[in-house]
Ligand binder design. Structure first.
Ligand SMILES: Cc1ncc(COP(=O)(O)O)c(C=O)c1O
Length: 319
């Protein structure tokens, strides 16, 4: 059913093998399951108009949404912080995702983008009080197998002028619909001839990429940013846990491009691609270049086992 992408296709951390079945998926929109061509929200929707909404990306393995509790914890925390009433429990959200996956005949190799916005507005203006009919809840679940090509070639990053924000402007921990800061960073990286952006924090330390969290491996140690200014990635937290459990020294610390350029390995983390190798930063080849180095490969194997364990635990809990 899947066909490999042509060699000329652009590389991104979210490249998936082409799958014709996605042309006819059913999408959950506010209680209904509708063909993707008919899946629509109002032009008055707070998400469309202002980027006023939160989302989660989750993956389905063997009938379970991996690390579901962690995703719900982040989503409910984010919505509470912006006074967005979800109006559903995490279990009701799970039922929506399960229903959508079942309607599409999916039990694995599927990726969900769950979106919750403040809903439809009475007037085309900003005030949240104008969002009279909400929230709007949409779940897109696609057949999805991350591209093997990216695993083999790695991602080319460019450091960009666009920085991560301070928490008192728009806290970068929000997985908000508005990703303009990240989109601008990605555009800058493309203009520099790279695949994606490596973003710095307001002090100039290496922070994260526009769509994933960022790690380096130096002299047997795994480093990532302090966690300030970046998305509190579920995969990031899992990789840190795995390092600790496996006795791999891991540090959440400030470091600069100087140390990133000289890294033995670098990789990105995210729900979609798990751990994606970095081939280059600003034209400097990282490690052996291209595919994953030994520590990245080890963490990838440990992560795969962690997903399997989480899925088994969820199955056992749910009977
Ligand atoms: C900016 C950014 N960083 C990191 C991540 C990875 O987070 P997670 O590991 O929870 O998928 C995402 C994914 O939503 C993101 O948008």
């Amino acid at each position: 059913m899947t066909t490999p992408q042509p060699e000329t296709a652009p590389r991104t951390t979210h490249d998936a093998e082409a799958d014709a079945r996605n042309r006819d998926i059913l999408i959950y929109v506010d209680g209904d399951l509708v063909h993707r061509d008919e899946a629509k929200v109002s032009v008055y929707d707070s998400g469309f108009m202002l980027g006023d909404g939160m989302w989660e990306g989750m993956r389905l393995y063997d009938g379970e949404w991996a690390f579901f509790d962690a995703h719900m914890d982040r989503l409910f925390n984010s919505c509470k912080a912006v006074a967005l009433e979800i109006g559903k429990t995490p279990e009701e959200i799970r039922a929506i995702l399960d229903r959508t996956a079942a309607a599409n005949g999916m039990t694995g190799d599927a990726h969900c983008r769950l979106m919750i916005t403040r809903g439809r507005k009475a007037k085309p203006f900003q005030h949240p009080g104008l969002s009279k009919w909400g929230p709007t809840i949409v779940a897109i679940v696609e057949h999805s197998v991350p591209s093997e090509r990216v695993q083999g070639t790695g991602i080319r990053l460019a450091s960009v002028p666009q920085v991560r924000g301070l928490p008192h402007s728009q806290d970068p921990k929000f997985n908000s619909h508005s990703k303009l800061n990240c989109v601008i960073a990605c555009l800058q990286a493309e203009q520099a001839g790279a695949d994606e952006a490596l973003m710095l924090d307001p002090h100039g330390f290496v922070n994260t990429t526009n769509a994933c969290n960022f790690f380096i491996v130096r002299r047997g140690e795994v480093w990532t940013s302090t966690g300030d200014y970046c998305m509190n990635g579920v995969t990031r937290a899992n990789v840190i846990t795995l390092c600790r459990e496996a006795g791999i020294p891991v540090f959440e610390k400030n470091f600069s491009l100087y140390e990133a350029y000289g890294a033995d390995e670098a990789f990105l983390t995210g729900t979609f691609g798990a751990q994606t190798p970095v081939a280059e930063i600003d034209g400097r080849v990282i490690g052996a270049g291209g595919g994953a180095g030994p520590v990245t490969r080890r963490l990838r194997a440990l992560y795969k086992a962690m997903v399997a364990q989480n899925v088994a635990e969820q199955k056992a809990r749910r009977g």
